[in-house]
Design a protein around this ligand. Structure first.
Ligand code: GLU
Length: 295
């Protein structure tokens, strides 16, 4: 897989992502027994970017429960990840928690009642808890670059603020958002972090219920329908698993009851999803018969 020439384009909107080796490729599968299959650059940390939104969604649901759905929808957007058009028509309520506007609204929910530093600490500790790895950290250089160039995210946040959808000062919410997108993880850490979603809310490694089974099922549903922006239909069609991509080139995919899978290849397709990552997942699910839609 790593020899394939068709790799898409590495994200260039910040220098830290533009500098990443386009040849990098890592894949980790952890099955229900905890057996790990790892290949390529599976222990190289990369910027998880929007994959963090799965974990902020989980955390925010834990804090406010279904009230979260008053602030953000759960329908696919059919628009690019940073699109602003739909917000006007729907009075500042983002379509889903995975497009940038929706993830910023979710971050705002986590921030309410806290200082930005506390909220960020909460998100990072949650990430370390679900991955059972206290070494996971934020890449501060990526966060600073995101902050310097995040004009469109700032527009989205200000626009939502005008509808009262953002409660906190916009700069505080964006600061926390940029930092959680800048968490760096390896495929191995990410696959570990996804295990609770593959096993009805319980991490088999620790025995802890992270969320109730019903919530895990619902988070998987949102990943399936919205996890790849306007490439979500294509991902369901080809891979057939709940998944969440990030512009760093990572994808977390969940085979319910079977496995948690993380793949990383920095080149992106037109929708901003890892090109080779998707191809690798398609080959894997086909081979294993893991698509939720049948073999
Ligand atoms: N930090 C990126 C942004 O907000 C995340 C985008 C992504 O990973 O899709 O633009």
């Amino acid at each position: 897989m790593r020899q394939r020439p068709d790799r898409g384009e590495v994200a260039t909107y910040i220098p830290e992502l533009a500098r990443v080796d386009p040849q990098a490729f890592g894949l980790v599968v952890i099955d229900a027994d905890g057996s790990v299959a790892a290949g390529g650059d599976s222990d190289v940390a990369f910027s998880i970017q929007s994959i963090s939104k799965v974990f902020t969604l989980t955390l925010a649901l834990g804090m406010v429960g279904d009230r979260l759905w008053r602030r953000v929808g759960r329908e696919p957007s059919g628009s690019p990840f940073n699109s602003i058009v739909q917000l006007e028509r729907e009075r500042g309520i983002p379509r889903n928690p995975f497009i940038n506007a929706g993830a910023i609204a979710v971050t705002d929910v986590i921030l309410s009642g806290h200082q930005p530093r506390e909220a960020l600490g909460e998100i990072l500790r949650f990430m370390q808890f679900v991955a059972d790895d206290p070494s996971i950290a934020i890449d501060e250089r990526v966060a600073a670059s995101e902050q310097r160039t995040g004009f469109r995210n700032s527009a989205l946040a200000n626009y939502m603020k005008s509808f009262g959808v953002i409660e906190n000062p916009v700069d505080f919410t964006l600061g926390v958002y940029f930092h959680h997108c800048a968490i760096a993880m390896t495929c191995r850490q990410l696959a570990k972090a996804g295990r609770f979603l593959a096993h009805s809310g319980r991490n088999p490694a620790t025995g802890h219920f992270v969320v109730q089974p019903e919530r895990a099922r619902r988070i998987n549903a949102v990943m399936l329908t919205c996890g790849h922006y306007d490439g979500s239909g294509e991902f369901a069609y080809r891979v057939g698993l709940p998944g969440k991509s990030g512009v760093g080139g990572g994808i977390l995919a969940i085979a319910p009851g079977k496995a948690s899978i993380a793949v990383w290849s920095p080149g992106l397709d037109e929708a901003g999803n890892s090109h080779l990552g998707r191809i690798a997942l398609e080959a894997l699910t086909k081979r294993m018969g893991w698509s939720i839609f049948g073999v």
